[in-house]
Ligand binder design. Structure first.
Ligand code: SAH
Ligand code: SF4
Length: 354
């Protein structure tokens, strides 16, 4: 039997080449793309305008999705849903759907585990296995697009904030954005994608050079190298001076403001002095700061900052004219923090099918 391919792994031109290599006319590729990305069809046998014989050929050689849902949980308020998936090699990843008043945001994983190893992050503490393929990233979005469709709701935003470091898997991440943005696919506006990075400087420079402009978030969490070296070990490779220089280059090229994520950790980075250092660090950059009380993970010594410290930190930034949002983290009750469901599920075989 021919080796199975995953259809969402192909760029439009690759799909066309593959279809032609099967002895089919090139326009069939366009029809298949319509089924995948407009009709959100998950069964090749339902692709009605393809001849029966071609459908049989495709079903033998190709899969529509590379993901098998193992577990699906919904927060009590119904606004956050999270799915744990098995990949073809039986590794597991997770993705989250966040429902807001007028948008539906999918938070996707980009790697199995993460090599960066941030000390407060469940994914980082669980080690690193491999990069995801473009298809495995796209399939996470398609899964939720199918789930939302009966409600008449589209996927409006995609954030690369699940497991893994997106800028260490640049090509697959970028391919997924191009495919999902395509007006013949999900047609998600470029500004509705956000990549979150721990600070991979060469990746930020590559993003600066792209013509498609997407949102950039930097996971800062500390205003000086000494503390950031401990929290985000990547800082030893790309210290704050280099990271901030890349941010300035990005802003000069892309003409977009950058979001800085700052998880407030009790007694670690929530002193008012840190707020003032942060203001100094970001001076001159069009920046938006997202303050997030830490979502404590199992086996971690870190705790979320006390409410009064959060409020004081927030106020100090605002009083100095910083644009800042205090984000009460979504989905804490369903372990929607990065990598938490996966680390709890342990062996995915124990997971329940939805
Ligand atoms: N690797 C990328 C994207 C995935 S992590 C990055 O680090 O940016 C997505 C966000 O969740 C990052 O801002 C990360 O720092 C944050 N995060 C991870 N663990 C967290 C925790 N326990 N509590 C709060 N935020 C956390
Ligand atoms: Fe990786 Fe991001 Fe977690 Fe750090 S916070 S370990 S970079 S996923």
């Amino acid at each position: 039997m021919a080796e199975q391919v995953f259809l969402t792994n192909f760029t439009p031109s690759q799909l066309q080449e593959w279809v032609v290599s099967l002895g089919e006319p090139a326009y069939r590729a366009q029809q298949i793309r319509q089924w995948l990305y407009r009709s959100l069809e998950s069964d090749i046998h339902n692709m009605a305008n393809l001849p029966e014989e071609l459908r049989a050929k495709l079903a033998e050689r190709a899969c529509v999705s590379s993901l098998r849902p193992l577990q699906h949980i919904r927060s009590v308020d119904g606004q956050t849903e999270k799915t744990l998936f098995a990949l073809p090699d039986e590794q597991t990843i997770e993705s989250v759907l966040m429902r807001y008043e007028s948008r539906q945001t999918i938070c996707v994983s980009t790697q199995v585990g993460c090599p960066i190893g941030c000390s407060f992050c469940a994914t980082g503490q669980g080690g690193y296995q491999r990069n995801l393929t473009a298809g495995e990233i796209i399939d996470q979005v398609l899964h939720f697009a199918r789930l939302l469709r009966p409600e008449g709701l589209p996927v409006t935003n995609v954030v690369y904030m699940g497991m893994g470091e997106p800028l260490l898997n640049y090509d697959a991440v970028w391919q997924s954005i191009v495919v999902l943005h395509d007006s013949q696919a999900l047609s998600i506006g470029s500004r509705r994608f956000t990549i979150s990075t721990a600070g991979v400087v060469p990746g930020i420079d590559r993003l600066s050079a792209e013509t498609l402009q997407i949102g950039l978030a930097i996971s800062l969490h500390a205003p000086d190298d000494e503390l950031r070296d401990q929290l985000v070990p990547l800082n030893r490779r790309y210290p704050l001076s280099e990271l901030l220089a890349a941010c300035h280059r990005y802003v000069a090229q892309a003409d977009r403001r950058i979001t800085f994520e700052y998880a407030l950790i009790d007694g670690v980075n929530d002193e008012l002095a840190m707020a003032y250092k942060l203001i100094e660090l970001l001076r001159g950059l069009p920046a938006h700061i997202n303050l997030i009380p830490l979502n404590p993970t199992a086996d971690s010594p870190y705790r979320a900052s006390r409410r009064d410290r959060v409020v004081a930190f927030h106020r100090a930034l605002r009083q100095q004219g910083m644009k800042v949002t205090l984000r009460l983290r979504r989905g804490v009750g369903i372990s929607a923090g990065c990598g938490q469901l996966r680390s709890q599920a342990g062996d995915h075989q124990q997971g329940q099918r939805p």
